[in-house]
Design a protein around this ligand. Structure first.
Ligand SMILES: NC(=O)c1ccc[n+]([C@@H]2O[C@H](COP(=O)([O-])OP(=O)(O)OC[C@H]3O[C@@H](n4cnc5c(N)ncnc54)[C@H](OP(=O)(O)O)[C@@H]3O)[C@@H](O)[C@H]2O)c1
Length: 327
C-alpha cells in the first residue's frame, strides 16, 4: 500500500481506500458476515480510510465500520456523509438543525463522540451558494462533533465553488477512465488549495473491472438495475453515467492496453493514482478477494505515458460525448 496526505488534515491515508456503500445496500443481496470479512481484508491490506454515509443501508454501513473499529487496533479514518436522508432533498434542508440531527445519528452508529470527516452528500448546487451552511459546519467543528469536513459533489463546477470555503478539507468526485473532466482544471485548483480529492466510483460500478458483458444481470435492488437511467438518483452514479453497451466496447479497447499479469480493475485503479492531485480512490467491494485485488493496484509500477495517452484517446472517441459536459 502507498499513502498520501489528505488535504491539510495531517492524516496520511491509503491510496486505495474502501468505499462502504455496497456493504450498506443498493447493490443486491448483502451479507454482514461477508461484509465484515471484506472490511477486515481491507485493513489487512493496509487500508486506513473508509468512506461511508448515514444513508447506506440507513446506518448499516456505519454500524459495520464501528464493529470493525472495535476489533482492530490500527488507526482507521472514517469519512461519513449527511444530507441524503432529507426528503424532499432540497437546499433548504441543509440547515444547522437537520445537519446536527444527522450528525448525532452518525455519532451513534459509528460509536464515537467525534466524526473524523463529515461530507455534505451531493447537495443541490444551490447549497454551495449558501455560506451559512459552511458556517454551520464550522460550528460543528468548534463544538467537537466533527474533526474536519468536506463535500461530495456531482459536478466539477460545484467542486470548484466548494474550494472557496477555506475549511473544506476534501472534495469527493467521480473520477475514473470514463470520467476524466475533473483532471482538466479542478485538480490543479484543489492541489493549490491543499484540498484532498477522493475519487469515487473508480470502477464505474464494475464496468471497469472488465467482468461485465451484455448478458450481465443485476438484482432488483441493485442500482445497476433500478437506476440504469437515473430513475432513483443521479444517473452519473450508475456506470459513471456511460451508456452500458458503449462502456463495454470501450472496456475492450482498454483491455488491449493491459500489461501482462495485470487485471482490468487493478489497471483502472492504478490509472487514477497516476494523478498526484488525487488523495485516494475509494473502490467499493463486498468480498475480501475483490478488496485484496483492488488494494494490490497501489503497488503496481507507474503506467507508461503512451498508455495514459491511449486511455485518453479511448475516452475522447468513445465516452466523452456521453459524460463530459454533463458533470
Ligand atoms: N454521492 C456520493 O457521495 C457517492 C456515490 C457513489 C459512490 N460513493 C462512494 O464511492 C465508493 C465507490 O463507488 P461505487 O461503490 O459506487 O462504485 P465502484 O467502486 O466503481 O464499483 C464497486 C463495485 O464493483 C464491483 N467490484 C469491486 N472490485 C471488484 C473487483 N476487483 N473485481 C470485480 N468486481 C469488483 C463490486 O460489485 P459487484 O461485485 O456486485 O459487481 C463493487 O461493489 C462507494 O462505495 C461510496 O463509498 C459516493
Amino acid at each position: 500500500m502507498t499513502y498520501r496526505e489528505l488535504g491539510r488534515t495531517g492524516w496520511k491515508v491509503s491510496g486505495i481506500s474502501f468505499g462502504a456503500w455496497a456493504i450498506g445496500g443498493a447493490w443486491g443481496a448483502v451479507d454482514d458476515v461477508e461484509s465484515m470479512a471484506a472490511l477486515r481484508a481491507a485493513i489487512d491490506c493496509g487500508v486506513n480510510f473508509i468512506d461511508t454515509a448515514d444513508v447506506y443501508g440507513m446506518g448499516r454501513s456505519e454500524r459495520l465500520i464501528a464493529e470493525l473499529k472495535r476489533e482492530r487496533k490500527e488507526q482507521i479514518v472514517v469519512a461519513t456523509k449527511a444530507g441524503r436522508r432529507l426528503s424532499p432533498h432540497t437546499a433548504d434542508g441543509y440547515n444547522e438543525k437537520n445537519l446536527g440531527a444527522f450528525i448525532d445519528d452518525s455519532l451513534r452508529n459509528l460509536a464515537t463522540d467525534c466524526l473524523d470527516l463529515l461530507q455534505l452528500h451531493c447537495p443541490p448546487t444551490d447549497v454551495y451558494y449558501r455560506p451559512e451552511v459552511f458556517g454551520a459546519m464550522d460550528r460543528f467543528v468548534e463544538a467537537g462533533k466533527v474533526r474536519f469536513y468536506g463535500v461530495s459533489v456531482e459536478r466539477v463546477e460545484e467542486a470548484l465553488k466548494a474550494l472557496e470555503y477555506p475549511n473544506v478539507q476534501t472534495v469527493q468526485i467521480i473520477f475514473n477512465c470514463f470520467r476524466q473532466r475533473p483532471a482538466n482544471l479542478f485538480f490543479e485548483h484543489a492541489k493549490r488549495n491543499r484540498v484532498g480529492i477522493l475519487a469515487r466510483v473508480p470502477l464505474a460500478s464494475g464496468l471497469l473491472t472488465g467482468k461485465l458483458n451484455r448478458d450481465s444481470q443485476f438484482e432488483a435492488d441493485d442500482h445497476r438495475n433500478f437506476n440504469r437511467h437515473g430513475e432513483a438518483f443521479d444517473v452519473g452514479e450508475t456506470f459513471a453515467g456511460v451508456d452500458f453497451d458503449d462502456g463495454l466496447a470501450a472496456v475492450e479497447e482498454i483491455r488491449k492496453l493491459l500489461p501482462s499479469g495485470i487485471g482490468m480493475a487493478q489497471f483502472a485503479l492504478r490509472w487514477i493514482l497516476m494523478f498526484d492531485a488525487v488523495t485516494c480512490a475509494i473502490p467499493g467491494g463486498k468480498r475480501p478477494a475483490q478488496v485484496a485485488e483492488n488494494c494490490s493496484a497501489a503497488d503496481l509500477p507507474a503506467i507508461p505515458e503512451e498508455t495514459m495517452h491511449a486511455v485518453r484517446r479511448i475516452y475522447d472517441e468513445r465516452i466523452k460525448h456521453h459524460v463530459h459536459q454533463k458533470w
